[in-house]
Design a protein around this ligand. Sequence first.
Ligand code: HSE
Length: 452
Amino acid sequence: MSNSIKLAILGLGTVGTGVINLINDNLNELKRRSGRDIIITEVGTRRHRDDIDPNIVQNSDLMATAASDNVDIVVEVIGGTTLAKDVIMHAIKNGKHVVTANKALLAEHGNEIFAFAEEHNVHVAYEAAVAGGIPIIKVMREALAANKIDWLAGIINGTGNFIMTEMRDKGRPFADVLSEAQELGYAEADPTFDVEGIDAAHKLALLASIAFGIPLQFDKVYCEGITGITLQDVNYAEELGYRIKHLGFAVRRDGQGNDEASGIELRVHPTLIPQDALLANVNGVKNAVLVNSHPLGQTLYCGDGAGAGATASAVMADVMDLVRVLGSKDSHDESNSNQNNHGHHVPHLAFIPEQLSDTPILRAEQMITGYYLRVHAYDSPGVLADITRILSDAGINIDAILQKPAHKVGQVPVIILTLPVVESQMNLAIEKIEKLETITDKVVRIRLDELA
Ligand code: HSE
């Protein structure tokens, strides 16, 4: 083996360019840490770029680059789930290790891709796919390997967090903040992935798999974005001591409590959390993941979740790990090609494939959360009593109520915070509230979590 490690970068967008810049900037550090020269030998790009080092081959045939003899590790930063999948499968088939930042691809096809990689005795590393520069995959797969994870909650979409922060702090309009996020390279190619919660759902599927040892099940993630959040709700939440953040939750339920089903909740949605919670103070494009595990307890990981530098940092951390794999004398040893020999590398989904569990993913109606309700009612005697009676009949415990003087305007919002309740119970209660003659609009509901 020559002393240098040869990389191919497939895709020269924000992340690909960030990786090239990182290697140029930190060449010496990379060599001092790995003991090897890490060089880019090829880039896969549809359009020729004049600003790339002429020693690097530019190839518009990405499949050829993925299989090139001049490449040890393929870095896929094209994005999308079609061409990216083809080139990754082709690279694997040709014995290349792969580094990818592609959360959509892994969330949707990761089970197949990882199985194919194991069959071919190569690794597909994906630190950059979740929470940008935060090394959360390494933490959960390796540093927390001795723990049983009970739940995690995370701000895992930088664009969404940036928008929510700017709206709250500066009262800026939604569209204006979104275009700034796009200019800064935070947003997905299709920004609805950010604002509708799909990007967060992709990342949550990955986090949940490595937390609980379950196959990837993106299609079972309950997903709500931030497009329905109004300044009015942001302000009422603040008045009651809460802040609205867009969060992803993966929660293990043991079926012990009242009406509690046994299984795993996978959900992304706007959530009221206490203003003094650390997560409530993670602002701008920052991401953060709070992990509750036994016996460690709560730990919080925070940093830049999007952008060229943060993502390139995670991509290159994976490359550095793979440099060590390539350097270990038995990395392609026959004994290692036996699928049951998992001793030499961290399993793709943290648990050895034969041990992944079929624990059910709970349906939305089975999920348990607190609620913020905004109910618009006419000012008349007994309205509040009617609403609270419906809630108490459903066994829903009210934690706080806020109503402004109503007599001047005739109708006002009543804000109610509840303790955790099974969603099916809340659905029934809301249906009944909306049937009251004194209620003027649909009930607005946002989930609430104390993060305790
Ligand atoms: N669009 C993503 C975000 C980029 O805003 O977090 C990183 O995955």
